[in-house]
Design a protein around this ligand. Structure first.
Ligand SMILES: [Zn+2]
Ligand SMILES: [Zn+2]
Length: 136
């Protein structure tokens, strides 16, 4: 992944920049991600709070608490999920991969919560598969 990359929500109101030498890109197959994001699984990259900067539209970011620890942050205009927060790891941002402006420049590293992966979701790459959430 490039050392400096950017992204936005669907309507372009919320923009962010990431400053990190390396982030972990994760496919998460947990039920919470399915419900929060409406997809079969979620791909996001994990970046520390200090390396994630909202550069536009912060006032249009809405937050919803799905569970005691899971917070979903999304654009209140277009509904794009931008990042999730797990209060167990408050300094990390789980930023939705699809919000990147150049998503083809990187690929996922790991699959997590594979025990709840949908049976038709198949990966033929050599990603590690974790049964439990990886330690951060
Ligand atoms: Zn938007
Ligand atoms: Zn998940």
């Amino acid at each position: 992944m490039s050392s400096h990359f950017s992204g936005s929500c669907g309507c372009g109101t919320i923009n962010f920049e990431v400053k990190a030498l390396r982030t972990n890109v994760v496919n998460c197959h947990c039920n919470s991600c399915r419900k929060m994001n409406g997809g079969s699984f979620s791909t996001y990259f994990v970046v520390s709070q200090k390396n994630f900067e909202l550069t536009a539209g912060e006032d249009f970011l809405s937050c919803f608490s799905l569970t005691e620890n899971a917070r979903k942050h999304f654009c209140k205009i277009c509904g794009t999920p931008v990042f999730n927060l797990n209060l167990k790891y408050p300094r990390l941002r789980m930023v939705h991969f699809g919000t990147l402006n150049l998503p083809a420049e990187t690929t996922p590293d790991v699959n997590i919560f594979c025990q709840s992966k949908l049976p038709w979701v198949a990966f033929d790459c050599e990603m590690m598969n974790f049964k439990q959430e990886i330690e951060k």
